[in-house]
Ligand binder design. Structure first.
Ligand SMILES: Cc1cc2nc3c(=O)[nH]c(=O)nc-3n(C[C@H](O)[C@H](O)[C@H](O)COP(=O)(O)O)c2cc1C
Length: 179
């Protein structure tokens, strides 16, 4: 069962969870993939509720998002197993089916083609309405040195040299998965 919510009633839960890690799920090329994220923003643009995610260009997730501009964000609640964040944030879907490997339960989306993940009940369904590669020359030298040191190639899950693509997602549905 899905309990519909107003996303702005849950801002504190979403943003506090985000800082520790939530799941970003994508589907394209015959694959469903999920990865951990802790960078994102919740707000309003073009009078629409928005979740923007920042994905390094080398991620498998980026390939899938460019092929199908829909994604879901799944946020753990108090009782959720947070160890999934480490496991989904350290291996790439290029090499491993993270849904099967972590026994995750996909639940059909309401308005998007990408499933939600039952294990993290608070769900945002999003459709990309804008995307932009962040300009590394517009980032302070300090942040550039800290967040984009060279050395770890972009195919590696720990990649740290490639820039982020900002995907601005309109939140088209928001709910809590209840059993
Ligand atoms: C807590 C946590 C937060 C992360 N946040 C982000 C993020 O916001 N953006 C990003 O590109 N990668 C982030 N990562 C790294 C990806 O989750 C990781 O590289 C993942 O293996 C990529 O999976 P994929 O290749 O299947 O897309 C994070 C990892 C962890 C553990």
């Amino acid at each position: 069962m899905k309990k519909q919510i107003n996303v702005f009633d849950h801002v504190e839960t979403i943003l506090k969870s985000l800082s520790r890690g939530v799941l970003l799920t994508t589907k394209a090329k015959g694959r469903v993939n999920t990865m951990s994220i802790s960078w994102g923003t919740l707000g309003i643009e073009w009078n629409k509720p928005i979740f923007t995610t920042f994905v390094r260009t080398g991620r498998f997730t980026r390939e899938l998002l460019d092929a199908n501009g829909e994604f879901t964000v799944n946020i753990p609640l108090a009782e959720s197993d947070r160890s999934l964040i480490g496991r989904c944030g350290s291996v790439s879907g290029r090499n491993v089916d993270k849904i099967a490997a972590n026994d995750l339960t996909p639940v059909d989306g309401e308005k998007v083609s990408v499933p939600a993940i039952r294990e993290y009940p608070l769900t945002l369904e999003c459709r990309v309405i804008y995307k932009q590669l962040q300009d590394e020359n517009a980032i302070s030298a300090e942040d550039k040195a800290r967040f984009y040191p060279s050395g770890v190639g972009c195919e590696n899950p720990g990649a740290n040299s490639d820039c982020h693509m900002a995907y601005v997602g309109e939140i088209v549905a928001a709910y809590i998965l209840e059993s």
